[in-house]
Structures are given as C-alpha cells and as structure tokens.
Design a protein around this ligand. Sequence first.
Ligand SMILES: [Zn+2]
Length: 478
Amino acid sequence: MALLMPGPGHSASSIRRRDLRALLIVALAAAVFACGAPAHRVEPERIVLVTIDTLRADHLPFFGYPIDTAPFLTSLADRSISFTKAFSHSATTGPAHSSLFTSLYPLQHRVQDNGQRLDDGFVTISEVLADRGYETAAFVSGRALFGESNIAQGFETYNTPRVNAPRRYRPAKRTTDAVIRWLETGAADGKFFLWVHYFDPHRPQRPPRAYVEALRPSPGDEMDRFEAFLVDEHRSEWHRSQMLRRIISYDAEIRFVDTQLERLYSTFGDLGLGSNALWVVTADHGQGLGNHEWFGHHRYIYNEQIHVPLIFHFSDADARPAAPRAIDDQLVEHVDVPVTILDLLGTSLNGQRGTIQGRSLLPLLSGDFTGTHRPFAFSERRRVIPTARNRLTHEPGERYALQDLTYKYLWYSEGPDELYDIAADPYETRNLIDEAPQERARMKQTIERIVAALDSDEEAEIVDEATLEQLRSLGYVR
Ligand SMILES: [Zn+2]
C-alpha cells in the first residue's frame, strides 16, 4: 500500500516543523510590514474558484491526515497562502455557496436549505466581475446548484449536466472535460472568472475502483493503525466494518477530485493561460463520517461539517503578495472570500442588499499580521423546506454555532446548548456547558446579538414543486 502517509506521530512532527517554518516567515513578514506598508494589490487576468463539495478539512494530508488523499492540493498549498481555520456558514450546499457568492450569512440571503432560490436582488461576485469585464463561466456538478438555485446570476456560461438516479451527479472527470472544452474554444482568451464545482465526495460515493484499491490500507498492521487513528485522533464513533469502508470510499473520491484538479491546473499551462491567475480552492462544507454518531452533513454544524480548507494560490511567484505559508492563528469565514477577491481589484459588492459580513484577507495575504482578522466564526442551520412524508432524518428548529480560537458554543432551539474547549478538544466530545458559565453567557449573547440584528421574516422563494420533488428523490432535500 504505497499511498499511506507516515503514522500520526511523524505527521504531527511534520506539522510542528511546518508551524515553525510558518512562524519564521510570519516574523520576517511582520518585520517587513511593520512600517505600515499598503496591502499588495494584483489584478489577476484569470480568477478560478474551485469548490469541492463535502470536503472535510481534516481528511487532507496537510491537515495531518495519514492517507495521501490529495498530493496535488498538498503541493498547491505549499505554494499558496492556506488558511487552516476557515469555516463555512452552513452544512448545506445551497446556503453555503450563496454565502460564498454574496458575502452574506444565510440569515441575510435567506437561502437556508437546498431548494430555495437566491433572490435576484442580491449582488454576487460573478455579477461584479462581469461588470468589470471578466468573462464569467460556471461548471457545476450537483443538482442543488442547478439554474433554479439562481446562483447562476452573473454567469454568462452556466454549465450543468443531465443527472439522474442512481448517478446523481457529474463525476469530476466529466466536469473537468467540460471545462477544458470551454477553455479550448478560445472563448476564454481574455480575462475570465471561472467557478468549478466538484461533487464527488458527497454521497453517493462511487469512486473509480482503482482509487479505492490504491488508498485502502493493507489488512493487518496498516489497517489497525488507520482504525486507531480514526478512533483516537479523529474521535470517530462508528469506525468498524461498514463505516470504515465508507470512509475509505470517501477518501478515494477526494483523491479522484485531486487528480482531476491537477489535470485542470496543468491544462491552463498547456493552453498558455497559466500566468497571472488566482486560484481559490475551498469546500462548501464537510461530512460527519462517524463523529457525533452521524455520517452526513445537513443536520449538524460541528466542525466536521463546517471546517473547510481555504487556499489562495497566485500562479506567478512575482505577483504573490507575500511568501506561501499556512496561517494557523486567524479565524476566516467563507464570507471573506468574495470580499478579498474584489479587494484585489480595488472593488467591492457595491449595492449589496444587507450588511456585508466579509472582511478582506488582503492584509493577511500581504503578510500583515498585526491585527485579529475576526474575533469569531459564525455558522447556522435552519430547515425550511417541508419534509417529505415518512422521512425520519428531518429535524425542525434552528441551530447556531459561534467559535473563537478557544471555545465553541452551539445553540439549538429544540434542545440543550453545548460548549466545547475547541483548542483542547477539537472534535467536540466533552460538553462543558455546566462548567464554564461565563463563556456560555458571553457566546450566547453574541449569537443573540447576531440573530437579532440579521434575522427577518423574509423567506427565500422555494423552487417549483416538480424540481423540489426531484431534489427530494436525489436526496438533496429531506
Ligand atoms: Zn454541499
């Protein structure tokens, strides 16, 4: 079994070395920028946003995962500015992407479930970039983001596949083929904004068999070591037999997407499009994989559902605002992404309906670490689509999560609240709700303040009944 990374102990020491290296770079950069140098602005000709559906951050080798799920992304992260504490606002595809495109929380844009439409009145990053003269094109792979979601606003090209059960999505190879065909037509010979959405790690997992075989630990010591890692390090509670198979399939899907993303990246070079490009790679949300006795996402907003990778990669070394590094000590949210890309161009989501929540990461990308980027990360979950009959997985009510670098607080309208020492207990296993009353009160008040300021009675429009039924049949709405 060639792809198993060194054991957790070795991997942890690599991370420590990486931290040390990052610290040195941080110290040097801080010295350079201490005199208040302005943030470095570049205007990329090509902006590529890649969202990998259901990609949980800690299943990537550069987050310490012991299986080599993503050699390309790992090498990309090494040449990029990578945020290791990035969070999405929802564990559901439509709401999470809507925040990524508008810099608004779901409470504001009101897309709180798959099957709801992003209203035309909201300004999206694609609309702003189209106004700035960028050709805009999207290639999406999963049904929840098809045209009815109206995330298409601002895109001149919006490419969606025909999908039917049991293959409910477009696999990464076919999506990559479609993007490459578009690139090869020459339609994209000037400035463009390209969004590529890969779906494969989402259920149903059907990775090519060769990927499963390549990644599966050998029976015996290797498998034992892997199981021990899942239980002891990842705190997975459903680790035996079927769950283990599903986790290996999930990892194989990540590796499959990684291979296709590498193919896409190298095609840029082959077609002469490789220079002056900004690549932003993230995930819309993660996946339970046995933590909190839950395999999926939708239901919870524990960090296995909302902790995502976030990479800013500038293709040209001399156009990079600062040296590549992993930023470990700053909280970052998805709403920061569109604001940052537009800040690079000296523009913004002007005229947005609602207060923009994003803060530009440009100072951090430029090596200015003098402040706190944001004091907390906020996520939410609210089910608004009526459940289909006989579905037992539907849960009513609202959940909100707030975390800083030490604590995470979870509030639930239909059940008790929870508090975790996220620094010491990153997998949220020991509820401290009765042991830290001051932290509980502080974080509860912050959530109440956010919800009071942003919540409204508005509801986003629900897609037509036929589409909703199709989404249900494909498992996107429960
Ligand atoms: Zn998703």
